[in-house]
Ligand binder design. Structure first.
Ligand code: C5P
Length: 292
């Protein structure tokens, strides 16, 4: 038996870091948004000894336990007690790696959703999220995605009304940034500017796209390494091409711009795609229902 799931990428409309917690993780305050750009995740299970294997179109990605999708399958079987199946996971990657777009997290969440459907285990959203947090801080969000306020490590989630429709262009420069390294550059007491998170939440409630776009802010942009100059360049280019606002997502290095219409986003994308290999035209993606 086999199932295919879309693993949607995420963007941070805002990202704030409040404090370093006793366990070494940071307390976050983020507004997250799924986008239509996705990986295709196929999960096949046949009677067998309980092996979990993965393959992907990106040759340099690990396909062993280092891959969140593999760990997700093992976690599902350990939690449910289901045994006697060999699992094959095929990842068709479109979401760039090391981009701050939650690609690995989305794949892990998709495997949990897929196995829950395949085996009709009926785990509800909260149960899937409780499993997901063992795989990484962004995985619980990816279980259902949509427009969400995320606190705690990123796993304390409050669903929000869907953001207004718009066009989105995402561009990842060639530089890649390590998430733990960027966190280690953060000194919470030294962060002077914080995003107007309440203003963004208010703008989302009012379906005020411009109100969202002008408030987008990511505190990680204040501690970027010297070799990350392309991030500022992409932001400027997006704004020159009439984005309402542009910001880096997560720990980078991808940058995105919001546009009033899909047409305006397309014009920007056409102008920029020749220069950046990873340049995507996309749109907001709604919350995925979980049929428990
Ligand atoms: O949870 P996840 O495995 O995705 O986190 C990767 C790394 O990012 C952690 O080991 C930690 O260094 C850092 N992190 C953090 N605070 C968070 C989330 C992640 O310091 N809220």
């Amino acid at each position: 038996m086999q199932i295919q799931e879309h693993a949607f990428a995420k963007l941070n409309l805002s990202l704030d870091i409040l404090r370093k917690m006793e366990d070494g993780y940071h307390e976050m305050s983020m507004v997250m948004q799924s986008i239509s750009l996705c990986d295709d995740v196929t999960v096949s299970c046949e009677p067998g000894e309980g092996s979990v294997t993965a393959s992907t179109n990106l040759k340099y990605l690990p396909v062993d336990e280092k891959n969140i999708a593999v760990r997700a399958a093992r976690l599902f079987f350990a939690h449910t007690g289901i045994s006697g199946y060999d699992t094959k996971i095929t990842l068709k990657k479109r979401i760039p790696v090391c981009a701050g777009m939650g690609g690995g997290s989305a794949d892990g969440a998709a495997v949990l959703r897929g196995l829950n459907s395949l085996f009709r285990t009926g785990l509800d959203g909260d149960t899937l999220r409780a499993l997901a947090v063992k795989l990484g801080s962004d995985v619980p969000f990816c279980i259902q995605g949509g427009t969400v306020f995320a606190g705690g490590r990123g796993e304390v989630l409050t669903p929000l009304p869907a953001m207004p429709s718009c066009g989105i262009v995402v561009c990842k420069p060639s530089v890649s940034i390590s998430t733990p390294q960027l966190f280690s550059r953060i000194r919470c007491e030294k962060i002077r500017l914080h995003p107007d998170t309440n203003g963004i939440l208010d703008a989302i409630t009012k379906a005020d796209l411009n109100g969202i776009a002008v408030r987008m802010y990511n505190v990680f942009e204040t501690v970027l390494p010297q070799n990350a100059g392309q991030i500022g360049e992409i932001k400027s280019e997006l704004l020159d091409h009439r984005a309402l606002g542009a910001v880096m997502t997560g720990s980078g290095s991808a940058v995105f711009g919001l546009f009033e219409t899909a047409d305006l986003a397309r014009q920007a994308w056409e102008a920029m795609r020749g220069k950046y290999r990873d340049c995507f035209l996309t749109a907001p993606q709604d919350r995925i229902p979980i049929l428990a």
